[in-house]
Design a protein around this ligand. Sequence first.
Ligand SMILES: [Zn+2]
Length: 111
Amino acid sequence: MSKQKYTIDFLKEYCIEHNISYSKIVVDKWDGRSTIITGPCNTSLCSNTFTKVFRQLHIGCGPYCSSCTKMIQRDKTKKKNMETFGVENPMQSKEVREKGKIYMDVSKRYS
Ligand SMILES: [Zn+2]
């Protein structure tokens, strides 16, 4: 993977890719990957704005406000749990509960 250059052109490309109107993006001072970018949240029904460092915007969760970012991260965790354990919440998994029980028994024995 080639190293991404955080240029204005790349920001414009990023906007096109994420369907953000570039005219709504506010940049205070251009500073490469450390540029602080403010723009509209990309969730269709959300009217908040995001303020993120360009690099974070690119490699992180994307152009979403803090509350939408949290929601997306929660969804990601759920999806990952579904893949790993077959349930949204690992505590729902019998196997995980059993493992926890065994661990508790062991720690009781040696305490
Ligand atoms: Zn939002």
